[in-house]
Design a protein around this ligand. Structure first.
Ligand SMILES: NC(=O)c1ccc[n+]([C@@H]2O[C@H](COP(=O)([O-])OP(=O)(O)OC[C@H]3O[C@@H](n4cnc5c(N)ncnc54)[C@H](OP(=O)(O)O)[C@@H]3O)[C@@H](O)[C@H]2O)c1
Length: 257
């Protein structure tokens, strides 16, 4: 049987890089996407020499609307078939929406939600036709409630969760896995880039990256629709169901400050 090929967005650091290493360790060939080409090349070299696999590097800025189609067209031309799509690229931006940079908020919607949707709709038909593979979308615990001071980020992650759950129901073939990895705060570059390192949320519930990535990878392989790493983190969606919405919003605001 031909080897599986996984396309991973946001593979230049953090969770995406961690997932790339797990896919590579299982023998998957890879297509790595992000903006920082030097980082992707470094990772590709490491994975090729450690696992003897084929790794393609495709530098792209997913905030550009044309990027998903360019990726799809390029891979078709190169006759590289994608069996697993990992939509991981994403970022946050802390602050009140009235004060934050408008272009950056729109880029966030594009990267976190629109590009994920676009890539899914381009690659899913082939996966469905061949009858195996899957989609692993990296959402967040943020997707389970509104997030004052991170309003756009939380809303994009609610979209990712809803979109992935719906997709999982649409696809009835057990050989096609559809998962949403929904972690709480994780030690990656994300905290610093999103200005969240000093937030209460990061202070009380930061997880190491390794168990998060492992839970996400294994959950995807088992076909688990929603994967929430960490016991404390799993309680959040459960408690949200029994807490008045007003209180949920106030708690989220406090945690994000
Ligand atoms: N860390 C957390 O606390 C946490 C918690 C829950 C969910 N998540 C989610 O996990 C995912 C990965 O984040 P991380 O924690 O691993 O953070 P990270 O280390 O900052 O990684 C983010 C990745 O996304 C890529 N990316 C960002 N903007 C991009 C763009 N315009 N075009 C292409 N690639 C872009 C970055 O690559 P380049 O900069 O090289 O383009 C990088 O590889 C994100 O979706 C994030 O929302 C993170």
């Amino acid at each position: 049987m031909a080897k599986e090929t996984a396309l991973i967005t946001g593979a230049s650091s953090g969770i995406g890089m961690g997932l790339a290493k797990l896919f590579a360790a299982d023998g998957s060939e890879l297509v790595l996407v992000a903006r920082r080409e030097d980082r992707l090349n470094e990772l590709a070299q490491e994975l090729k020499s450690e696992h003897g696999i084929e790794v393609h590097v495709l530098p792209k800025d997913l905030s550009k609307k044309s990027a998903p189609k360019e990726i799809f067209t390029h891979l078709n031309k190169e006759k590289i078939q994608i069996d697993v799509l990992v939509n991981n690229a994403g970022f946050g931006n802390k602050g009140s929406i009235a004060e934050l940079d408008t272009d950056l908020q729109m880029d966030m919607v594009q990267v976190n939600a629109a590009a994920l949707t676009h890539l899914t709709s381009l690659f899913l038909p082939g996966i469905v036709e061949r009858g195996h593979g899957g989609i692993l979308n990296v959402g967040s615990l943020a997707g389970f409630q509104p997030g004052p001071n991170l309003a756009v980020y939380f809303a994009t992650k609610a979209y990712v969760l809803s979109f992935t759950e719906a997709l999982a129901e649409e696809i009835s073939n057990p050989n096609i896995k559809i998962s949403c990895l929904a972690p709480g705060p994780v030690k990656t570059e994300f905290g610093e880039k999103s200005d969240l390192e000093d937030s209460l949320l990061f202070k009380i519930s930061l997880m190491e990256m390794a168990p998060v990535v492992k839970a996400g990878y294994e959950g995807f392989r088992r076909g688990k629709t929603i994967v929430i790493p960490g016991f404390k983190q799993q309680i959040v969606p459960f408690l949200n169901r029994f807490t008045p919405r007003l209180l949920v919003r106030k708690i989220a605001k406090k945690l994000n400050s």
